[in-house]
Design a protein around this ligand. Sequence first.
Ligand SMILES: [Zn+2]
Length: 275
Amino acid sequence: MPELPEVEAWVRELDPLVSVRPIERAGPAHVATLKTIDPPLSALEGRRLAGTKRRGKNLLFPTEEGDLVLRVHLMSAGRLRYLAPGAKGPKTPMFRLRFEDGAELVLTEAGKKKRAGVWLVTPSQLDGDLAHLGPDALDVDAAALGAILRRERRQLHPLLRDQRALAGIGRAHANEILLRARLSPFKASTELSEEEVERLATTIRENLSHALALREQGKGDKDVYAIHDRLAEPCPQCGTPIARVDFEEHTIYYCPACQTGGRLLKDRRLSRLLR
Ligand SMILES: [Zn+2]
């Protein structure tokens, strides 16, 4: 799933491109992808976009007049591409915007499950739809992070990837950040020392900024992630083989030497003992 750095890199790439020409045709969109019906997509036709913005993992395309916003969430397998005029694109994308010069913005989605979404809403609807999102993970300082951590006793890994607490981090960057902050994925959020909160805040900012720089250079997961999806490979900090804990929906990767005092975490029950 694309996380904050990858989405932000796309935002920066698309920002100058989508405002060059007005929209000639908006849609068609796959019935599973388009989540709103009023206003209709045709309300965008003849209009110009102001650029590209982001909130959490959502890409936002406001109109020049500021009265409408096209929101795109890629979920796990969605991809958004800008095709220059005349470039060959997919025959039946999930969603397509065609500009007056023939350029296109196309959303594709791999796999059978269609989970990516497109919404056309007013700015106030957008604010309501995204009101649940926590502050952007790139903007959070130690004081703000401390308040989020102390609000409720939760394990660090699920807390970091909860968009309501902090927007932008997913499973992969939660693994990367906790390794570099040398904190157990299961440590209770309310039990961090001041120094640990500072370290975690600094690590979040450094890790996401570094990943953003790599994504802007076009680098992929293999270059961006040092621990995520790298079972038994050496930890980049100490050389210990990377370990993992499996859950029904996801897998947590960690370094036993850097993060859990050498202990191997077997499952949820055991992890409870190791907080
Ligand atoms: Zn290590």
